[in-house]
Design a protein. Structure first.
Length: 242
């Protein structure tokens, strides 16, 4: 894993956006898979500025990384809503190029089976954007004894429900289940960027970088094996100092 340490959030967002921009310039029909959360918002804003300055995203294919089960796509807490607001609409990605997770509990199994196939049918993911949870999760792959290889339904840990409750009016409203890309699906991405900023992420980053094992209790540790994964981390997350 390549590690790029940058001064602050803005530098992290700029470095991440530049990687995505150069990919899209080289390959206008690239397949991208997008994370949600507060971390990549700066990167997405910078991509939107590049688009305003003329970079065309209309050829790219866009996949969701993960999604809460049970929230409708027009619920502002859903990742569908987030990606529409912050990525798909600002970059003017055509609707037919967008592949979203189905959050309907009744259709979870069929959706999971079809989603990995759709990614393959589009030629595989060229760039996977990832954040990291405070407990070391990536996507919604939570620390566990075993990690799922394929995309599917996952149960959220108490820690994640608590951490993510900051976006909800009440912790009671945070769904307990989610759809997440599997380890193999993420791993097949040709390029991965893992973003981390702020002291809040220091423990997760330290644990990841100090760890010398492939540890399913630190889901991000599998990224150490990927041939083209870049961790872009700001000084606060790297050092633990504001
Ligand atoms: C959520 C998402 C992850 C995201 C993580 C970090 O649990 N499922 O994909 O990377 O939170 O979020 P944040 O960037 O807000 O710290």
């Amino acid at each position: 894993m390549k590690i790029v340490i940058v001064k602050d959030y803005d530098e992290m967002s700029k470095a991440a956006a530049e990687l995505a921009v150069s990919l899209v310039q080289d390959k206008p029909h690239a397949v991208l898979s997008f994370a949600t959360g507060s971390t990549p918002l700066g990167m997405y804003a910078k991509l939107a500025s590049h688009h305003k300055m003329g970079l065309d995203f209309s050829g790219i294919k866009a996949f969701h990384l993960d999604e809460y089960i049970g929230l409708s796509p027009d619920d502002p807490m859903s990742y569908s809503y987030y990606l529409d607001e912050n990525v798909f609409t600002p970059l003017e990605i055509p609707k037919e190029h967008i592949f979203v997770h189905n959050s309907d509990p009744e259709q979870v199994e069929q959706h999971a089976r079809e989603y990995d196939r759709k990614i393959e049918a589009e030629g595989g993911i060229d760039l996977q954007v990832l954040g990291i949870g405070e407990n070391g999760h990536i996507a919604f792959l939570e620390p566990a004894d075993r990690l799922p290889l394929e995309t599917g339904l996952v149960e959220l840990t108490k820690d994640t429900i608590e951490v993510n409750s900051r976006f909800f009016e009440d912790e009671e409203l945070v769904p307990h289940y989610a759809m997440s890309l599997g380890v193999r699906t993420i791993f097949r991405a040709r390029k991965i960027i893992l973003l981390a900023n702020g002291v809040r992420k220091h423990d997760a980053i330290r644990t990841l970088l100090d760890n010398k094992h492939l540890d399913p209790r630190i889901p991000a540790s599998c990224l150490q094996l990927h041939a083209d994964c870049t961790l872009i981390v700001d000084e606060a997350a790297y050092t633990g100092q504001e």
